[in-house]
Design a protein around this ligand. Structure first.
Ligand code: G6P
Length: 446
């Protein structure tokens, strides 16, 4: 009898507080995805957290009675060797860097947020060189593996891999689409499995072009529900404020939580400043939450994902990630929204660019479903963000100061080139340790 091959997964940023989510997902889907080895990788600064979360992961598999080996390592190459899937959930510069991404723009009256505006740009500049290094290692050590990237800004990071490497087995993943489906299922009081949305757009800039219950469109009803302030955000970290009914009716598409930053810019900046003054920026709040979570994780009697983790914005991440990995592994052919190469699915976005779109998931990865186009009222904004992402990727790869200023100036959340430059200068200095490509010492001519 031939032994059944088990799956090896390497998770980069394995010391993250989100790891128990992922482990819970592997446990739930073990029958379809026979996980044999889970390698949790982190950097030396994350060693303590890696050990705490790694021990919890071991207890969770043990309690579930599953023979999964959990390996903890600071050696990425050892973890990548012969992996079948690589998931990435790392944060260059940890939460301190995120706090700077949020605080510095706010001082200038500009939105401080981890994936949008200046914060998203700088998180991208710090992350892109690292992801391109990981891809190089994967080409050498596990060329058949799929990279499932959850590291933010997930859209920009996927764009960077598609445009600045030859590696094609990459999928960007976000919990916003699954969160929208679950939120709408709740509003309609139906099971999540009965709801499907046609997604089209970019990460954190995704629209629902239609929504179905059991295959029948319920879009008009959902659009009506979305003008209620209570219903405009389905993630914990973005406080939606409710759309004007005229706006949402005539846009005639479902919005995601992050659209609040673009269609309600002054109100959201004001609210973010007020919240930062009262309780700290989101990174500062999350830091406190993490301390609480890691205290719980240390308890040797804990062997499940604690419910407190649901206070984080990344809820359902495990469902999205493990559902995707399982469908690639089993060649399932189901429909899931992911970030992948457009290949003509959305008419007004370049063929080679990363888009967030509903796809059929097969062993060859995601096959984007042709969506036609984004509504004309939203098209310009989506294209603008795509241009911002592309220039940001070039800036990150080339270490080009001019391109960083250009990227931020064309970002809709920043109103002028002068202001963009001021923020760029401050943020470059603040993040110097993690942006070596911008601080190369000049060669002196001989
Ligand atoms: C949302 C986003 C994720 C993001 C998370 C932040 O779910 O989709 O991209 O990472 O929120 O949550 P946090 O709890 O860290 O603010």
């Amino acid at each position: 009898m031939t032994e059944k091959k088990t799956v090896k997964i390497a998770t980069i940023g394995g010391g993250s507080s989100y790891t128990p989510e992922l482990v819970e997902g592997f446990i739930k889907r073990y029958q379809e995805l026979p996980l044999g080895e889970l390698w949790l990788v982190d950097v030396p600064e994350g060693k303590e957290k890696l050990e705490i979360v790694g021990d919890l992961a071991k207890r969770m598999f043990e309690k579930a009675g599953l023979p999964v080996e959990v390996h903890l390592t600071l050696n990425r190459r050892e973890a990548l060797k012969d992996a079948d899937f690589v998931t990435t959930q790392f944060r260059v510069g940890l939460l301190d860097a995120r706090a700077k991404d949020e605080r510095i723009p706010l001082k200038h009256g500009v939105l401080g947020q981890e994936t949008n505006g200046p914060g998203g740009l700088f998180k991208g500049l710090r992350t892109i060189p690292v992801i391109l290094d990981i891809v190089k290692d994967m080409e050498e050590l596990c060329p058949e593996a799929w990279l499932v990237n959850f590291t933010n800004p997930a859209g920009m990071v996927t764009e960077a891999v598609l445009r600045h490497s030859d590696f094609r087995r990459v999928v960007g993943l976000c919990n916003v689409p699954i969160g929208m489906e679950m939120g709408i299922a709740k509003l309609l009081d139906v099971e999540h499995s009965r709801v499907r949305i046609d997604f089209a757009g970019l990460n954190h800039m995704v629209y629902g072009l239609d929504v179905y219950v059991d295959g029948v469109s319920v879009k008009d009803r959902v659009i009506e529900l979305l003008s209620d302030p209570a219903n405009t955000s389905f993630v914990k970290n973005v406080q939606g404020q409710g759309w004007e009914p005229e706006f949402i009716r005539s846009l005639n598409a479902l919005t995601c939580a992050y659209h609040n930053y673009y269609y309600k810019m002054p109100e959201m900046v004001k609210k973010t400043i007020e919240t930062a003054e009262k309780e700290g920026t989101r990174a500062e709040v999350v830091k406190r939450l993490e301390d609480e979570l890691f205290e719980l994780y240390k308890d040797p009697n804990l062997a499940i994902k604690p419910p407190q983790l649901e206070k984080r914005g990344g809820a359902y991440y495990s469902d999205a990630a493990v559902r995707l990995i399982t469908s690639i592994y089993t060649d399932k052919g189901d429909i899931q929204p992911v970030n992948t190469m457009n290949k003509g699915a959305i008419a007004s976005i370049p063929y080679e660019s990363a888009v967030e779109v509903s796809c059929v998931i097969t062993k060859d990865g995601p096959r984007p479903i042709t969506m036609g186009d984004i509504p004309v009222a939203a098209r310009g904004l989506v294209q603008q963000i795509k241009s911002f992402e592309r220039i940001a990727c070039e800036a990150a790869v080339e270490g080009s100061y001019d391109k960083v200023v250009l990227a931020l100036t064309i970002n809709p959340l920043v109103a002028s080139d002068k202001l963009a430059k001021k923020i760029v200068d401050e943020m470059l200095e603040a993040h110097k340790a993690y942006l070596p490509q911008f601080f190369k010492t000049k060669k002196v001519a001989a």
